[in-house]
Design a protein around this ligand. Structure first.
Ligand SMILES: [Zn+2]
Ligand SMILES: [Zn+2]
Length: 332
């Protein structure tokens, strides 16, 4: 028997509109699905892109949120991966087709027919959420608020870092939720972090130094030495030529975001000498398994600002305005 009841959710009805608090009947998990009671859901810049219409519009209404930590409270037929009472994390990748060429070649992040939590299926800006059991990850004894930002900022950051190669000197452009987590991983790996913030954002630069960055400055500045690789987390296209100028011959520039403003024209010579410019799209479940094992070993701690679920719009506003340090986390 699955108890009936109601849930609350912050719902997007149309792009550009604030989210509305609504009550709904508790959804039943379908075959292969679990329902979790949400403990915490972090706010990702992608949520902002969904709300602001920077991405192609998905189905509406939709409940945003794809950095969910919660407790399994109901299980659908065949959802054997998790047990009732278990704490799980639910990321952006909510499902894949399993049969397309990408799914069959360990590139499920590029699946032709994917499901995205909080974009094409309801997410975690809510008291409850339903997810595919095979796309949820056991979290164990963690602080839900600290763990929620790992589920996207951490996972996408980890995938971006892998794409950046194994160089020692890593530049991070945009020192927000993802960068502040990945800086801790870089330090644990023995790498040097160079943090680039909005020009004049002294508090972000101070935070970066506090997390072990060997240098922090404005994004228009050149680092004191050439970088082996740079990861751009800020959605700002003009950072692409800036980062290309900052990396050495053969260096790599990784665009870690799902959306970016247009990249201005730049001279070929800053790409030449075998510099590479690549993007990261979504995540694979393998990325999640790897990062969730590494995060405790590296002692990764999220800097968080907690908002009640009902204040999701204020959290989004603060992220949009650059008023946040670290990650915003909604708690029902
Ligand atoms: Zn597929
Ligand atoms: Zn995200």
């Amino acid at each position: 028997m699955i108890a009936s009841g109601i849930m609350r959710a912050m719902v997007l009805h149309a792009v550009g509109r604030p989210l509305d608090m609504e009550t709904r009947p508790l959804p039943l998990p379908g075959p292969g699905e679990i329902r979790v009671q949400v403990e915490a859901c972090a706010v990702c810049r992608t949520d902002l892109h969904v709300v602001d219409g920077d991405l192609p519009p998905g189905p509406m209404p939709i409940v945003p949120g794809h950095e969910i930590v919660g407790i399994v409270e109901a299980i659908g037929i065949g959802a054997t991966a998790h047990a009732v009472g278990e704490r799980v994390g639910i990321p952006w990748l909510g499902g894949t087709c399993g049969t397309c060429p990408y799914c069959r070649s360990q590139q499920e992040n590029l699946c032709d027919d994917p499901v995205f939590t909080g974009y094409t299926r309801d997410g975690g800006f809510a008291t409850h959420a339903v997810a595919g059991a095979d796309f949820a990850f056991a979290m164990g004894e963690v602080d839900p608020v600290n763990a929620a930002p790992l589920m996207c900022a951490g996972l996408i950051g980890w995938r971006s870092l892998k794409m950046a190669g194994d160089g020692e000197k890593i530049g991070l452009y945009g020192f927000g939720a993802a960068a502040h987590l990945i800086a801790q991983v870089c330090r644990w790996q023995g790498r040097k972090v160079y943090a680039f913030t909005r020009p004049g954002d002294m508090s972000a630069q101070e935070m970066a130094r506090g997390l072990g960055a060997v240098w922090a400055g404005g994004s228009e500045e050149m680092p004191p030495e050439k970088l082996d690789a740079a990861i751009i987390f800020a959605p700002v296209g003009s950072l692409v030529p800036a980062a290309l100028k900052a990396v050495r011959k053969g260096g790599i520039v990784v665009c870690g975001g799902i959306h970016m403003s247009d990249i201005p024209a730049f001279p070929y010579r800053i790409l030449w000498e075998e510099r590479k410019l690549v993007s990261v799209a979504n995540l694979t479940r393998q990325d999640a398994v790897e990062f969730l094992a590494i995060a405790p070993m590296a002692g990764v701690r999220a800097a968080t600002t907690v908002y009640p679920l009902s204040e999701a719009n204020r959290a989004l506003d603060d992220l949009r305005a650059g008023r946040l340090q670290g990650a915003a986390v909604l708690v029902p």
